[in-house]
Ligand binder design. Sequence first.
Ligand SMILES: Nc1ncnc2c1ncn2[C@@H]1O[C@H](COP(=O)(O)OP(=O)(O)OP(=O)(O)O)[C@@H](O)[C@H]1O
Length: 551
Amino acid sequence: MIQRQAHQVPHGDAYSVADGDNRNRGAQVGNVAAHAAEHKQEKGTKVDKEELARIVAEENESKGKLPRYPGLERWHLIEKMGDGAFSNVYRARDLDGTAGEVAIKVVRKFEMNSQQRANILKEVQIMRQLDHPNIVKLVDFSESRQYYYIILELAPGGELFHQIVRLTYFSEDLSRHVITQVADALEYLHETCGVVHRDIKLENLLFSPIPVIPTKHPKPKAPEDEDKVDEGEFIKGVGAGGIGKIKIADFGLSKVVWDNQTMTPCGTVGYTAPEIVKDERYSKSVDMWALGCVLYTLLCGFPPFYDESIQVLTEKVARGQYTFLSPWWDDISKPAQDLVSHLLTVDPAKRYTIKQFLAHPWIKGTEEPTYAALDAPPLATPAVERQKQLGGTLKVFDPTLLESPGAGKRMDFRSPGAVNLREVFDVGYAVHRQEEEAKRRKNFKQGFRGAAAANGLNPIDDDDFLEEDEDEEDSAIPSKVPKARDADVHQVEQSLRNTNLNAAAAARVPQQKGYGQHSPAVTAAAKQQVRNRKGAFELNLEGATLLGRRH
Ligand SMILES: Nc1ncnc2c1ncn2[C@@H]1O[C@H](COP(=O)(O)OP(=O)(O)OP(=O)(O)O)[C@@H](O)[C@H]1O
């Protein structure tokens, strides 16, 4: 591997990923020492504090003026596109014209503890290995004393979440167009890179816009379809409704499950017990469940699991209790419902893998017969069939018959209750992910011990058990997780600074024009943490809100 040396850029106090000229100078040790010294300094010189105060004031300033960050002088910030718990995301242009427009995630290092910084660095480390048309590319990474700068390929359309709000729901063609691209990216992650994303949701699916081509032959709308916005003509391989290429973003919860260099599961040295293989499968199946939730939502416009009570919602997710709710699912094809049912299968061993998903007739667009999963709820009946069954008298839909209040209300996306929608997704995913990972952890520990014993090694003690990449959310589950130490974080920072991501990666980023970016309208939502103590599910909302994550 080519070692690249970090250098201090002349302007300000920023470090940047070095370019090719600095190759092989091998001053790593010096850099570590220099870095340690910088960190000492960081703790509070007057100049730093003043500069930081200036930037923070600029960050908080209302429209028009954008902050100037030390070390980002190469980029002209155009607008703020979004924010996260510790970050602001900007659309920016490369001043020397080589990279075109990008998204820059500016992460406030100074607000983070070592563990949180380690998580950001892990996200960057994972992203830098990835190269797929449906995954947001990492263009560059650099840092100043106070900030990490993650330069990303721009997805000018923003979050798919807003497009569901705009279009009410997606046609089957458009849903297939979207979900196939997400699945292609997942196949690459799971099968080529050994990476699981663990946070697939509409907010993390970004897109590039395309022009809407007016429909040549508009169909009459069903009564429950009145608010459906016309998507225009669907063009295979291009899209519809203004939605073109899909890009998966936000690898903040991702993890590596096997090493693609050695083709061995991560965390094992020369032995692979069945439990460890299973562990890998569990991890991947979490993404498949999430894919099912996304597909369900695209097709009908509301999420598969919903309840106003978080407790009830948690139970529904844990038991996989969802329905193909009439009348909204009535005219969605049987193959589409069948496919959803194979993803929302509670048993991860029976749930479709990415390969099975991509081979399904609904995805391939073939006429082969399809079957629902064994644990599928009753499928919705097409309106015409239903009419026949009712002897020609179609019953008027009665919303009071819904099994839970609020379930299936498309307007949830738009009403003030939309606030809850992200929450619903987040709760659903977190419950599911953490339930499976708790099982997986147990399996893994047992497997590791068993395998270690079989190999004549000392079984590891609970206290030594190391989850290589716990995140904060998961740490709600009692486990012995050694926290990242400052020294570890510095080491990773160092290795990232020694990596050149710029030239080749920048050349891959297409020049794109800005598109009315939607800033997240919804910020307040409860963050959920699930504890799986004594076998019972419990959502803990204390001290943990999405609002908190996003400030
Ligand atoms: N590459 C990109 N192109 C366009 N917009 C982007 C891009 N990356 C991020 N955004 C916008 O910025 C928002 C925040 O980004 P992101 O989710 O990566 O931040 P985060 O700090 O990980 O957030 P969270 O704390 O919620 O996990 C996104 O929801 C999206 O609207």
